[in-house]
Design a protein around this ligand. Structure first.
Ligand code: SF4
Ligand code: SF4
Length: 450
């Protein structure tokens, strides 16, 4: 039912922060818009966002108010924003999207001290490889987008499997007019000068590679199976990647806990020397968490306050040093972008033996073993288990329904965390939204000045 708009009011999905120079930052999680306002303008913005809102007549000729409407910060007063959010949730059920997380091997050459994996199986079986090719070929004519995350274990222990599957997927995608994209989480040890151009040819152009501090600290935390250090090989590989003139992105993940906080601070100037001149390399500081590994009880994880504080302290220092921050931080603020793949009906994790999961962490949990893939491409799925993963967020949680971040997260940032703890899985970005917005603003300003 259409009603004539008489007044515009502040969106329930707005969040505010302030800039260092006294300005204001405004964000809306339904549109993903972020805007900053100088000291003068912000008074008018704050007035417009007050409870009474803005009369329709005041909009005419007022460019600032019009922009607030255009970006969704002001909405017609009769707008049912909760219904909008529920409608957005329905986009999760699009059947023309598919995202597969492929555990091409469950083995790893590293033994990171905080790792939750126990390497139960090795490389992907031939039956699973055939099954995946057939599965994608069967599905491709109904798809508009196919996204692959190469995962492990360490996926680059088996580049020949990635090559074989990539060619098959790209071929199916091309013949059926499907947009194909791929990313990889790798420890970076095997991305040699020879291999990297091949990965790009296989359309893998987004990487997550971890460096946990200066060489001595990284080597203790992320040694090879057998104990030898890995830092110099990874950095050498990253430097060779830098020389390649191509469009790709590497998120340099730096994991921190109580034992390396100072080392990470001291490491930022080294990161600057390595990467400040190339913003394809982006910094991603994350706290180590207990993910169910056998070493969990001994991990010196930070308390929640320290995690919330240090992520933004490291990010701000990195920005000051001229480094780029991870696109994961800016992307997560977009509508539906904070939702984990485990909660999406269009996503599956495929184990190396054809076991299908929703979450890539809880692979030993029965409730996460949601099906199997046959060598002929038939997926046998347990829809009750899948429903458990895809409907446990905002549908069940009134606090999530009322949350300003709902359109981005839908209560589903980490369904496993909710299942294991009973608590809401709010992301670090949402928990510290003011600091997140400040970091994004500082980064944008630094980029403008560069
Ligand atoms: S449910 Fe949580 S632990 Fe599992 S893949 Fe998603 S974010 Fe990771
Ligand atoms: S999990 Fe947290 S951030 Fe996500 S919708 Fe619920 S309350 Fe909001």
């Amino acid at each position: 039912m259409m009603m004539k708009t008489k007044r515009y009011v502040s969106s329930r999905f707005n969040a505010q922060s302030h800039t260092e120079d006294g300005g204001m930052i405004l964000y809306n999680s339904y549109t993903g818009a972020i805007a900053s306002f100088g000291e003068q303008e912000q008074h008018a913005v704050k007035d417009a966002l007050k409870q009474g809102g803005v009369e329709m007549e005041m909009l005419a000729g007022n460019k600032l108010y019009q922009e607030l409407v255009e970006h969704g910060f002001l909405v017609p007063e009769q707008t049912d924003e909760l219904r909008r959010a529920a409608f957005l949730h329905q986009s999760m059920y699009r059947t023309d999207l598919m995202h597969l997380v492929l555990l091409v091997t469950e083995a790893c050459n590293f033994r990171c001290h905080y790792c939750y994996e126990d390497f139960p199986r090795g490389r992907m079986t031939d039956e699973t490889i055939q099954g995946l090719k057939a599965y994608i070929e069967q599905k491709a004519n109904t798809l508009g987008e196919l996204a692959i995350s190469w995962h492990g274990g360490e996926p680059l222990l088996v580049p020949h499997i990635i090559e074989e599957l990539s060619h098959s997927f790209m071929d199916s995608a091309e013949r059926h007019g499907v947009n194909y994209s791929a990313e990889m989480s790798t420890n970076g040890y095997y991305i040699t000068e020879e291999l990297f151009p091949k990965l790009l040819n296989w359309k893998i152009n987004r990487f997550m590679i971890t460096l946990d501090g200066p060489e001595d600290v990284h080597n203790v935390r992320r040694g090879l199976n057998g104990g030898r250090g890995t830092y110099s090989t990874i950095v050498n590989n990253l430097m060779n990647m830098k020389k390649v003139d191509a469009d790709f992105e590497v998120n340099i993940r730096v994991n921190f806990d109580n034992s390396n906080l100072e080392a990470v601070s001291a490491f930022i100037p080294t990161l600057r020397d390595l990467f400040a001149d190339d913003h394809r390399f982006k910094m991603y500081f994350r706290p180590v968490g207990c993910m169910g590994g056998e070493n969990d009880l001994h991990l010196p994880v930070c308390d929640e306050r320290t995690k919330d504080e240090m992520i933004w302290a490291f990010n701000r220092e990195a920005i000051r040093q001229g480094l780029a921050i991870s696109s994961a931080i800016t992307d997560i603020l977009m509508p539906t972008a904070a939702i984990c793949y485990a909660a999406k009906p269009s996503s599956l994790v495929v184990g190396s033996n054809g076991q299908l999961y929703k979450c890539s962490v809880a692979i030993h949990e029965d409730f996460n073993q949601v099906g199997t893939l046959d060598s002929d491409g038939m997926a046998h799925l347990d829809y009750d288990k899948i429903a458990y993963w895809t409907t446990s967020g905002e549908e069940q949680d009134e606090k999530c329904q009322a949350c300003f971040f709902r359109p981005a997260c839908q209560g589903n940032h980490c369904p496993l965390y909710r299942m294991r703890t009973g608590n809401r899985p709010c992301s670090y970005e949402k928990r510290q939204i003011k600091k997140t917005l400040q970091a994004i603003w500082e980064y944008a300003r630094a980029a403008e000045q560069a």
